[in-house]
Ligand binder design. Structure first.
Ligand code: SF4
Ligand code: SF4
Length: 256
């Protein structure tokens, strides 16, 4: 099907979301709570765009809005910019110390006066990405607890979570830097729990916790979990490719 994004005709497939089509077409739409591996949160609403269909125009969250044939999308009108600025103002009130605010303030600041008092020192914007990442990998060690202004991400009973395997995925996906993870002398500390780190068998870099290693093995008993860092993995596959290439070349020369 065909849709129009910012005046340009674009191809889209049934079932796709506006944000995905726009990104494929190189159109910038800001997001905070959207990752390719964890899409469709529609929590931060920064991906808001204007959609015109059937003679009407409405703002929608592009990460969860399925494309329809012939719709027209405007990603950066004055109206959309104003809505995003208001969203940034609300985000600032809830998580002024978050890493995500630096970029947002640069792009959308200075912010208009707000009647909401900023929650000083708070980093977390409660997007839920960390919880989803942990659920997706099958640990389910953290969740969003409480309601209203007391809402927060925490492990059960706010104690070092038994189910946590120390993989650090929650900290990696967090856009605000709210989850502290430290690594020192081969020990990773996260959620007040210490984990030993296993080393890359090739270069000795610390790569994963034994709990993470066992978790990966249990998830897919058929496949081999190699204790190699990403750099050594790439090097090994490049070496393998070079050897294979040399063999082919040698064979070709030996038996033309
Ligand atoms: S470090 Fe623990 S809490 Fe965070 S994603 Fe991994 S298992 Fe879950
Ligand atoms: S800790 Fe980070 S990822 Fe988790 S809800 Fe808060 S901002 Fe989102």
């Amino acid at each position: 099907m065909k849709i129009i994004i910012d005046g340009r005709e674009c191809s889209a497939r049934r079932g796709e979301y506006l944000l995905d089509v726009a990104r494929r077409e190189g159109v910038y739409i800001p997001t905070l709570c959207h990752l390719d591996a964890l899409p469709g949160q529609s929590c931060c609403r920064m991906c808001i765009v204007e959609v015109k269909e059937g003679g009407r125009s409405k703002p929608v969250a592009s990460c969860v809005y399925p494309v329809k044939d012939g719709i027209e999308v405007i990603t950066n009108s004055d109206k959309i910019q104003r809505i995003r600025k208001t969203l940034v103002k609300l985000l600032y009130a809830s998580s002024p110390q978050g890493k995500h605010m630096e970029d947002l303030l640069e792009r959308y600041g200075p912010l208009p006066e707000s009647r909401f008092e900023a929650d000083e020192g708070e980093k977390c914007m409660l997007c839920g990405l960390c919880v989803r990442a942990c659920e997706k990998l099958g640990a389910g060690a953290i969740s969003i607890i409480n309601r209203g202004t007391a809402k927060e991400v925490a492990p059960p009973f706010k104690e070092p979570p038994e189910a946590c395997i120390g993989c650090g995925s929650c900290a990696h996906v967090c856009p605000s830097g709210a989850i502290e993870m430290k690594e020192e002398g081969g020990i990773r500390t996260i959620w007040d729990k210490d984990f030993e780190l296993l080393q890359c068998t090739c270069c000795g870099r610390y790569i994963m916790t034994p709990e993470q290693y066992e978790h990966l093995k249990a998830k897919d008993p058929e496949s081999e979990v190699v204790l190699l860092c990403e750099v050594c993995k790439r090097k090994k596959s490049a070496d393998g490719f070079r050897d294979a290439f040399q063999n082919i070349t040698f064979k070709n020369i030996a038996h033309p």
